[in-house]
Design a protein around this ligand. Sequence first.
Ligand SMILES: Cc1cc2nc3c(=O)[nH]c(=O)nc-3n(C[C@H](O)[C@H](O)[C@H](O)COP(=O)(O)OP(=O)(O)OC[C@H]3O[C@@H](n4cnc5c(N)ncnc54)[C@H](O)[C@@H]3O)c2cc1C
Length: 327
Amino acid sequence: MPLKNIAIIGAGLAGATLANRLTQAGRDVTIYEKSRGTGGRLASCRLGDTPTNLGAPWFQPESKAFHDWLLNQPDIQERVLEPQDFNGSPLAPVTVLSVDPYQSCMTRRLTEGAILNTGVRISALHSSENGVTLEDANGRKIARHDAVVVTTPAPQALPLLAPVDDFVRLAASVDTLPTWVTVVGLEQGCGAGSSYLCGQHPVLSRAICHQRTPLPGTHSNTKPFQEIWQLEANADWSLDHEDSPSREVAVKMLESFSRITQQTLKITGLRSHRWLYARHESPLTDDYLWSDKQYVGACGDWFRHDGSEGAWLSANALADKLLQEDA
Ligand SMILES: Cc1cc2nc3c(=O)[nH]c(=O)nc-3n(C[C@H](O)[C@H](O)[C@H](O)COP(=O)(O)OP(=O)(O)OC[C@H]3O[C@@H](n4cnc5c(N)ncnc54)[C@H](O)[C@@H]3O)c2cc1C
Protein backbone atom coordinates (compact mmCIF):
# COMPACT_ATOMS: atom_id res chain seq x y z
CA MET A 1 0.00 0.00 0.00
CA PRO A 2 1.48 3.43 -0.85
CA LEU A 3 1.97 5.59 2.21
CA LYS A 4 -0.55 8.36 1.56
CA ASN A 5 -0.52 10.39 4.70
CA ILE A 6 2.97 11.19 5.96
CA ALA A 7 4.07 13.29 8.93
CA ILE A 8 7.42 15.08 9.00
CA ILE A 9 8.91 16.28 12.27
CA GLY A 10 10.98 19.43 11.74
CA ALA A 11 10.76 22.17 9.10
CA GLY A 12 14.45 22.76 8.46
CA LEU A 13 16.00 22.20 5.05
CA ALA A 14 15.66 18.40 5.26
CA GLY A 15 12.00 18.49 6.38
CA ALA A 16 11.04 21.20 3.87
CA THR A 17 12.83 19.43 0.99
CA LEU A 18 11.17 16.11 1.82
CA ALA A 19 7.77 17.79 2.19
CA ASN A 20 8.20 19.44 -1.19
CA ARG A 21 9.13 16.19 -2.94
CA LEU A 22 6.26 14.25 -1.34
CA THR A 23 3.55 16.87 -1.92
CA GLN A 24 4.67 17.29 -5.55
CA ALA A 25 4.08 13.54 -5.89
CA GLY A 26 0.54 13.85 -4.50
CA ARG A 27 1.12 12.71 -0.91
CA ASP A 28 -0.65 14.32 2.03
CA VAL A 29 2.05 15.77 4.23
CA THR A 30 1.72 17.27 7.69
CA ILE A 31 4.73 18.98 9.28
CA TYR A 32 5.17 19.40 13.02
CA GLU A 33 7.71 22.07 13.98
CA LYS A 34 8.50 23.12 17.55
CA SER A 35 9.60 26.65 16.61
CA ARG A 36 7.39 29.51 15.46
CA GLY A 37 8.56 29.29 11.87
CA THR A 38 10.40 27.18 9.34
CA GLY A 39 14.13 27.08 8.64
CA GLY A 40 15.63 25.24 11.60
CA ARG A 41 19.33 26.05 11.42
CA LEU A 42 18.61 28.31 8.42
CA ALA A 43 16.41 30.41 10.72
CA SER A 44 16.07 34.16 10.62
CA CYS A 45 15.46 36.61 13.45
CA ARG A 46 14.32 40.23 13.67
CA LEU A 47 16.37 43.21 14.72
CA GLY A 48 13.65 45.80 15.23
CA ASP A 49 11.56 45.41 12.09
CA THR A 50 14.37 43.99 10.01
CA PRO A 51 14.54 40.24 9.38
CA THR A 52 18.05 38.82 9.06
CA ASN A 53 19.89 35.49 9.15
CA LEU A 54 20.61 33.81 12.48
CA GLY A 55 21.82 30.41 11.25
CA ALA A 56 23.71 29.16 8.19
CA PRO A 57 24.26 32.34 6.15
CA TRP A 58 24.63 30.70 2.73
CA PHE A 59 25.21 27.52 0.73
CA GLN A 60 28.47 26.44 -0.92
CA PRO A 61 27.32 23.39 -2.90
CA GLU A 62 29.87 20.74 -3.80
CA SER A 63 27.66 18.31 -5.72
CA LYS A 64 26.25 19.22 -9.12
CA ALA A 65 22.80 18.02 -8.00
CA PHE A 66 22.58 20.47 -5.08
CA HIS A 67 24.15 23.30 -7.09
CA ASP A 68 21.73 22.86 -10.02
CA TRP A 69 18.74 22.54 -7.71
CA LEU A 70 19.68 25.71 -5.82
CA LEU A 71 20.11 27.68 -9.05
CA ASN A 72 16.61 26.59 -10.08
CA GLN A 73 15.03 28.03 -6.92
CA PRO A 74 13.31 31.36 -7.56
CA ASP A 75 14.69 33.08 -4.46
CA ILE A 76 18.37 32.12 -4.79
CA GLN A 77 21.06 34.66 -5.54
CA GLU A 78 24.68 33.94 -6.39
CA ARG A 79 27.34 36.25 -4.99
CA VAL A 80 31.09 36.42 -5.32
CA LEU A 81 32.60 37.60 -2.04
CA GLU A 82 36.04 39.04 -1.53
CA PRO A 83 36.83 38.03 2.03
CA GLN A 84 39.53 39.37 4.28
CA ASP A 85 41.12 37.65 7.23
CA PHE A 86 40.65 39.18 10.67
CA ASN A 87 43.87 41.18 10.19
CA GLY A 88 42.53 42.82 7.03
CA SER A 89 44.56 40.80 4.50
CA PRO A 90 42.66 39.87 1.34
CA LEU A 91 41.73 36.21 0.81
CA ALA A 92 40.76 34.36 -2.38
CA PRO A 93 37.23 35.20 -3.65
CA VAL A 94 34.46 32.73 -2.77
CA THR A 95 31.16 32.13 -4.54
CA VAL A 96 28.15 31.58 -2.31
CA LEU A 97 24.45 31.01 -2.93
CA SER A 98 21.95 32.49 -0.52
CA VAL A 99 18.21 33.02 -0.33
CA ASP A 100 16.89 36.50 -0.97
CA PRO A 101 16.10 38.30 1.30
CA TYR A 102 16.92 35.75 4.05
CA GLN A 103 17.55 32.02 4.26
CA SER A 104 14.30 30.78 5.83
CA CYS A 105 12.20 32.18 2.93
CA MET A 106 13.09 29.08 0.95
CA THR A 107 11.95 26.54 3.56
CA ARG A 108 8.69 28.48 3.95
CA ARG A 109 8.09 28.23 0.20
CA LEU A 110 9.06 24.54 0.01
CA THR A 111 6.51 23.65 2.70
CA GLU A 112 3.61 25.42 0.99
CA GLY A 113 1.92 22.21 -0.26
CA ALA A 114 1.95 20.65 3.22
CA ILE A 115 -0.06 21.31 6.37
CA LEU A 116 2.40 23.16 8.62
CA ASN A 117 1.86 23.00 12.39
CA THR A 118 4.34 25.33 14.06
CA GLY A 119 4.85 25.65 17.82
CA VAL A 120 4.24 21.89 18.24
CA ARG A 121 6.98 19.84 19.88
CA ILE A 122 6.61 16.11 19.34
CA SER A 123 7.87 14.08 22.30
CA ALA A 124 7.19 10.46 21.27
CA LEU A 125 6.06 8.20 18.43
CA HIS A 126 3.95 5.05 18.89
CA SER A 127 4.03 2.63 16.02
CA SER A 128 1.27 0.02 15.40
CA GLU A 129 -0.27 -1.82 12.45
CA ASN A 130 -2.70 1.11 12.08
CA GLY A 131 0.08 3.65 11.58
CA VAL A 132 2.21 5.90 13.74
CA THR A 133 0.68 8.02 16.52
CA LEU A 134 2.33 11.29 17.54
CA GLU A 135 2.47 12.47 21.14
CA ASP A 136 3.06 16.14 21.95
CA ALA A 137 5.09 17.67 24.79
CA ASN A 138 2.05 17.50 27.11
CA GLY A 139 1.75 13.75 26.61
CA ARG A 140 -1.36 14.12 24.41
CA LYS A 141 -1.77 11.81 21.43
CA ILE A 142 -2.45 14.39 18.75
CA ALA A 143 -2.55 12.60 15.38
CA ARG A 144 -2.02 9.36 13.52
CA HIS A 145 -0.25 9.07 10.17
CA ASP A 146 0.66 6.22 7.81
CA ALA A 147 4.34 7.02 8.37
CA VAL A 148 6.53 9.54 10.21
CA VAL A 149 9.92 10.95 9.21
CA VAL A 150 12.09 12.62 11.84
CA THR A 151 14.32 15.42 10.47
CA THR A 152 15.61 16.89 13.74
CA PRO A 153 19.28 16.94 14.82
CA ALA A 154 20.43 13.52 16.07
CA PRO A 155 20.16 14.21 19.84
CA GLN A 156 16.59 15.50 19.41
CA ALA A 157 15.74 12.47 17.25
CA LEU A 158 16.75 10.00 19.98
CA PRO A 159 13.45 9.89 21.91
CA LEU A 160 11.42 9.99 18.70
CA LEU A 161 13.16 6.98 17.16
CA ALA A 162 12.33 4.75 20.16
CA PRO A 163 10.08 2.45 18.04
CA VAL A 164 13.24 1.10 16.34
CA ASP A 165 16.06 0.13 18.74
CA ASP A 166 18.72 0.17 16.03
CA PHE A 167 17.82 3.72 15.03
CA VAL A 168 18.23 4.90 18.63
CA ARG A 169 21.69 3.30 18.78
CA LEU A 170 22.72 4.96 15.51
CA ALA A 171 21.42 8.41 16.48
CA ALA A 172 23.22 8.13 19.84
CA SER A 173 26.54 7.50 18.06
CA VAL A 174 26.53 10.92 16.35
CA ASP A 175 28.41 13.74 18.12
CA THR A 176 27.40 17.37 17.87
CA LEU A 177 29.07 20.75 18.34
CA PRO A 178 27.47 24.00 19.55
CA THR A 179 27.93 27.40 17.89
CA TRP A 180 27.24 30.81 19.39
CA VAL A 181 25.95 33.47 16.99
CA THR A 182 25.55 37.17 17.74
CA VAL A 183 23.67 39.35 15.28
CA VAL A 184 24.28 43.06 15.72
CA GLY A 185 22.71 46.12 14.09
CA LEU A 186 25.04 49.14 13.84
CA GLU A 187 23.91 52.71 13.56
CA GLN A 188 27.04 53.54 11.58
CA GLY A 189 29.26 51.42 9.37
CA CYS A 190 32.10 49.71 11.26
CA GLY A 191 34.65 50.45 8.52
CA ALA A 192 35.51 46.80 7.76
CA GLY A 193 37.17 46.47 4.35
CA SER A 194 35.04 43.46 3.37
CA SER A 195 31.55 42.14 4.10
CA TYR A 196 33.08 38.75 4.95
CA LEU A 197 35.84 38.43 7.55
CA CYS A 198 37.16 35.02 8.56
CA GLY A 199 40.26 33.11 9.64
CA GLN A 200 42.10 32.24 12.84
CA HIS A 201 40.84 34.08 15.91
CA PRO A 202 40.54 33.08 19.58
CA VAL A 203 36.80 33.83 19.64
CA LEU A 204 35.31 34.30 16.17
CA SER A 205 35.29 32.04 13.12
CA ARG A 206 33.62 34.53 10.77
CA ALA A 207 31.83 37.86 10.61
CA ILE A 208 29.36 38.48 7.79
CA CYS A 209 27.68 41.73 6.88
CA HIS A 210 24.12 41.07 5.63
CA GLN A 211 23.11 44.68 5.12
CA ARG A 212 25.11 47.79 4.44
CA THR A 213 22.41 50.43 4.05
CA PRO A 214 19.10 50.90 5.87
CA LEU A 215 16.35 48.87 4.22
CA PRO A 216 13.91 51.16 2.40
CA GLY A 217 10.33 51.25 3.63
CA THR A 218 10.83 49.84 7.13
CA HIS A 219 8.85 51.57 9.84
CA SER A 220 10.72 50.95 13.02
CA ASN A 221 10.71 52.64 16.38
CA THR A 222 14.39 51.83 16.58
CA LYS A 223 17.02 53.76 14.66
CA PRO A 224 17.68 52.27 11.20
CA PHE A 225 20.69 50.00 10.94
CA GLN A 226 23.44 51.12 8.63
CA GLU A 227 24.92 47.64 8.87
CA ILE A 228 23.82 44.25 10.20
CA TRP A 229 26.62 41.81 11.07
CA GLN A 230 26.32 38.13 11.90
CA LEU A 231 29.20 37.11 14.17
CA GLU A 232 29.88 33.40 14.52
CA ALA A 233 32.06 32.09 17.33
CA ASN A 234 34.54 29.31 16.59
CA ALA A 235 33.91 25.71 17.65
CA ASP A 236 36.34 25.61 20.61
CA TRP A 237 35.18 28.91 22.07
CA SER A 238 31.52 27.94 21.61
CA LEU A 239 32.14 24.66 23.42
CA ASP A 240 34.00 26.40 26.27
CA HIS A 241 31.10 28.86 26.63
CA GLU A 242 28.32 26.34 26.00
CA ASP A 243 26.59 27.18 29.30
CA SER A 244 27.50 30.87 29.57
CA PRO A 245 24.68 33.43 29.73
CA SER A 246 23.90 34.93 26.31
CA ARG A 247 24.55 38.49 27.55
CA GLU A 248 28.08 37.59 28.63
CA VAL A 249 28.70 35.81 25.32
CA ALA A 250 27.43 38.81 23.33
CA VAL A 251 29.74 41.18 25.22
CA LYS A 252 32.80 39.01 24.54
CA MET A 253 31.98 38.51 20.85
CA LEU A 254 31.33 42.23 20.36
CA GLU A 255 34.57 43.16 22.14
CA SER A 256 36.40 40.89 19.69
CA PHE A 257 34.66 42.43 16.69
CA SER A 258 35.32 45.94 17.95
CA ARG A 259 39.03 45.10 18.31
CA ILE A 260 39.13 43.60 14.79
CA THR A 261 37.48 46.64 13.19
CA GLN A 262 39.27 49.08 15.55
CA GLN A 263 35.99 50.94 15.96
CA THR A 264 33.71 51.76 18.86
CA LEU A 265 30.52 50.07 17.73
CA LYS A 266 27.27 52.08 17.84
CA ILE A 267 24.90 49.22 18.56
CA THR A 268 21.18 49.71 17.98
CA GLY A 269 20.05 46.08 17.80
CA LEU A 270 21.40 42.86 19.26
CA ARG A 271 20.50 39.19 19.37
CA SER A 272 22.59 36.24 20.56
CA HIS A 273 21.69 32.62 20.07
CA ARG A 274 23.32 29.38 21.09
CA TRP A 275 22.85 26.68 18.49
CA LEU A 276 23.31 23.67 20.75
CA TYR A 277 23.41 21.20 17.86
CA ALA A 278 24.87 23.44 15.16
CA ARG A 279 26.92 20.76 13.41
CA HIS A 280 27.21 16.99 13.48
CA GLU A 281 30.78 15.81 13.85
CA SER A 282 30.49 12.16 12.91
CA PRO A 283 27.72 11.65 10.34
CA LEU A 284 26.40 8.12 9.75
CA THR A 285 27.41 6.26 6.60
CA ASP A 286 23.73 5.64 5.69
CA ASP A 287 21.84 8.09 3.46
CA TYR A 288 18.77 7.97 5.75
CA LEU A 289 16.98 5.60 8.13
CA TRP A 290 13.75 3.86 7.19
CA SER A 291 11.84 0.96 8.76
CA ASP A 292 9.37 -0.91 6.55
CA LYS A 293 7.93 -2.53 9.68
CA GLN A 294 7.43 0.48 11.93
CA TYR A 295 6.91 3.11 9.18
CA VAL A 296 9.35 5.41 10.92
CA GLY A 297 12.36 7.03 9.26
CA ALA A 298 14.88 9.82 9.65
CA CYS A 299 16.91 12.10 7.41
CA GLY A 300 18.93 15.29 7.86
CA ASP A 301 22.49 16.52 8.10
CA TRP A 302 23.72 13.63 10.25
CA PHE A 303 23.75 11.17 7.34
CA ARG A 304 26.72 10.58 5.01
CA HIS A 305 27.34 14.30 4.26
CA ASP A 306 27.07 17.03 6.88
CA GLY A 307 25.91 20.64 6.56
CA SER A 308 22.99 21.93 4.53
CA GLU A 309 24.07 19.95 1.48
CA GLY A 310 23.96 16.79 3.59
CA ALA A 311 20.44 17.65 4.81
CA TRP A 312 19.26 18.17 1.22
CA LEU A 313 20.93 15.01 -0.14
CA SER A 314 19.58 12.88 2.70
CA ALA A 315 16.01 14.20 2.30
CA ASN A 316 16.10 13.52 -1.43
CA ALA A 317 17.46 10.01 -0.92
CA LEU A 318 14.61 9.21 1.47
CA ALA A 319 12.05 10.84 -0.88
CA ASP A 320 13.34 8.61 -3.70
CA LYS A 321 12.90 5.56 -1.47
CA LEU A 322 9.36 6.47 -0.35
CA LEU A 323 8.20 7.39 -3.85
CA GLN A 324 9.82 4.37 -5.44
CA GLU A 325 7.53 2.16 -3.30
CA ASP A 326 4.63 3.37 -5.50
CA ALA A 327 6.32 2.77 -8.83
C1 LIG B 1 25.37 29.20 12.89
C2 LIG B 1 25.36 28.11 11.86
C3 LIG B 1 26.09 28.25 10.70
C4 LIG B 1 26.09 27.24 9.75
N1 LIG B 1 26.81 27.40 8.61
C5 LIG B 1 26.77 26.46 7.65
C6 LIG B 1 27.46 26.63 6.43
O1 LIG B 1 28.11 27.66 6.20
N2 LIG B 1 27.39 25.64 5.49
C7 LIG B 1 26.66 24.50 5.72
O2 LIG B 1 26.60 23.62 4.84
N3 LIG B 1 25.99 24.30 6.86
C8 LIG B 1 26.04 25.24 7.84
N4 LIG B 1 25.35 25.06 9.01
C9 LIG B 1 24.63 23.79 9.20
C10 LIG B 1 23.28 23.81 8.46
O3 LIG B 1 22.54 24.92 8.89
C11 LIG B 1 22.53 22.53 8.79
O4 LIG B 1 23.34 21.44 8.39
C12 LIG B 1 21.18 22.38 8.09
O5 LIG B 1 20.45 23.57 8.10
C13 LIG B 1 20.44 21.24 8.79
O6 LIG B 1 19.12 21.12 8.28
P1 LIG B 1 18.17 20.00 8.88
O7 LIG B 1 16.86 20.16 8.22
O8 LIG B 1 18.83 18.67 8.78
O9 LIG B 1 18.06 20.29 10.45
P2 LIG B 1 17.47 21.56 11.21
O10 LIG B 1 17.67 22.79 10.41
O11 LIG B 1 18.05 21.53 12.58
O12 LIG B 1 15.91 21.29 11.27
C14 LIG B 1 15.34 20.48 12.27
C15 LIG B 1 14.04 21.11 12.73
O13 LIG B 1 13.40 20.21 13.65
C16 LIG B 1 12.78 20.98 14.66
N5 LIG B 1 12.59 20.10 15.83
C17 LIG B 1 13.55 19.58 16.64
N6 LIG B 1 12.99 18.79 17.57
C18 LIG B 1 11.65 18.81 17.35
C19 LIG B 1 10.54 18.17 17.98
N7 LIG B 1 10.69 17.34 19.04
N8 LIG B 1 9.28 18.41 17.50
C20 LIG B 1 9.10 19.24 16.43
N9 LIG B 1 10.13 19.88 15.79
C21 LIG B 1 11.38 19.65 16.24
C22 LIG B 1 13.75 22.12 14.90
O14 LIG B 1 13.12 23.23 15.52
C23 LIG B 1 14.22 22.43 13.47
O15 LIG B 1 13.42 23.41 12.85
C24 LIG B 1 25.34 26.05 9.97
C25 LIG B 1 24.58 25.91 11.13
C26 LIG B 1 24.59 26.93 12.07
C27 LIG B 1 23.75 26.78 13.32
